[in-house]
Write a protein that binds this ligand. Structure first.
Ligand code: SF4
Ligand SMILES: [Zn+2]
Ligand SMILES: [Zn+2]
Length: 380
């Protein structure tokens, strides 16, 4: 009789959740070894928990998915469709795409969105910068230079998404911003000392002032690497080429820094978001200078309207409060809390530059420099 050795089971190769199927991956978020089915399950359930904890939707809501054809928004469309059916959210989902006018990038990615429209059986609306602003991003870059391309693009896209949603009678747009994007933003604002933006950088629901349309990020806690794995295993149809105009240089640096940190400590992405969420800024000091106290007695109302800036200068708050939510931009007529909306301020600068370029090519450099200065002065 020969002793038959029991077959050695490689425990490490078994899924750490179901203990039945073979693990095919190490989960990027916590290095857990999982089978495909358990990965789909935890991935989708975590997004469902994010949605329900933040009470993002109500039954009967019409929701637009900001769809670029890239992995994030494609996975978002797929997962929202799955969750909407599984948990009976009662949502009406629509794909909303923005065509920035970037030849060789957006035209190809829009072809992917058109296929997604058929695959997910969702209506699709495409809004272009050209039709809204009479500028394409290619034209903007050739006029203002590549340096500020993402700043222009960001302002114009936010308004385009709002306008597209309003056209569809929708007041909620979901975007594919993920945990990595959010941690990058926290890092960038922290490194720049931009405390005003730092405070808002982890909010799951945002809204431009004056706009009735809210934007939310169901992937707030979802790692980019997991989105890629999900798209890969589910064989989703997405477009993977990067935009011709690289993301702004500082974001690129923050991204590299985050990648190095994640390699040593995978939880750092969640930890940075957690830190951002729990950061409480000291209230702005409201004080009246001794000069004013001693020489001139100010009425209480005047003191309330006055704000002492960090550089010691004084600004009056009342001017800013003149234009309230619900007001319209004097130029384009779109809802804006300012007299002229941010998009129109940028476009006016571009128009001036375009006129100058036509007269004299040499002034293009001056014009681009001036526009960059205007951008730096604007606070978005
Ligand atoms: S990388 Fe910049 S220019 Fe390109 S689509 Fe994104 S925001 Fe626009
Ligand atoms: Zn499993
Ligand atoms: Zn406007």
């Amino acid at each position: 009789m020969t002793d038959e050795k029991p077959k050695r089971i490689k425990v490490t190769a078994l899924c750490e959740l179901c203990h039945a199927r073979k693990a095919v991956m190490k989960r990027p978020k916590n290095l857990q070894k999982l089978c495909k089915e358990c990965f789909y399950n935890v991935f989708e359930t975590e997004i469902h928990n994010t949605i329900t904890n933040a009470k993002l939707f109500q039954s009967g809501d019409k929701v637009a998915i900001g769809a670029s054809g890239g992995k994030d928004s494609t996975v978002l469309a797929s997962v929202l469709k799955t969750l909407n059916e599984r948990y009976n959210y009662g949502l009406e989902l629509v794909l909303l795409s923005i065509d920035e006018g970037i030849v060789g990038y957006r035209d190809d990615s829009l072809a992917t969105v058109k296929r997604n429209q058929i695959q997910y059986k969702m209506p699709l609306e495409i809004i272009s910068y050209k039709q809204l602003y009479d500028w394409t991003m290619d034209e903007i870059v050739s006029c203002a230079g590549i340096r500020s391309s993402c700043t222009y693009c960001g302002v114009l896209r936010r308004q385009a998404l709002d306008r597209g949603a309003a056209k569809l009678g929708i007041n909620h747009v979901v975007t594919g911003h993920n945990a990595d994007d959010m941690a990058e933003t926290v890092l960038m604002n922290l490194l720049r000392g931009d405390v005003a933006r730092l405070e808002k950088s982890t909010t799951i629901v945002t809204q431009s002032s004056g706009s009735p349309i809210k934007r939310s990020k169901p992937f707030k806690y979802t790692y980019q690497k997991e989105i890629v794995l999900y798209a890969h295993y589910k064989k989703l149809d997405y477009f993977s080429t990067e935009c011709t105009y690289a993301p702004e240089a500082f974001r690129g640096t923050a991204r590299e820094l985050l990648k190095s940190l994640e390699a040593v400590r995978p939880s750092c992405i969640m930890d940075i978001i957690y830190s951002g969420e729990h950061l409480v800024l000291a209230p702005k000091k409201k004080k009246v200078t001794t000069q004013y106290k001693n020489k001139k007695k100010l009425t209480e109302q005047q003191q309330e309207e006055m704000e002492i800036n960090p550089d010691g200068s004084v600004s009056l708050k009342s001017k800013k409060q003149e234009f309230k939510d619900g007001n319209r931009c004097e130029k384009c007529g779109y809802l804006s809390s300012n007299k002229i909306c941010k998009a129109c301020v940028l476009l006016a600068g571009l128009e001036m530059n375009r006129a100058k370029v036509t007269i004299d090519n040499n002034t293009a450099v001056d014009g681009a420099a001036k526009l960059t200065k205007t951008l730096e002065q604007l606070s978005f």
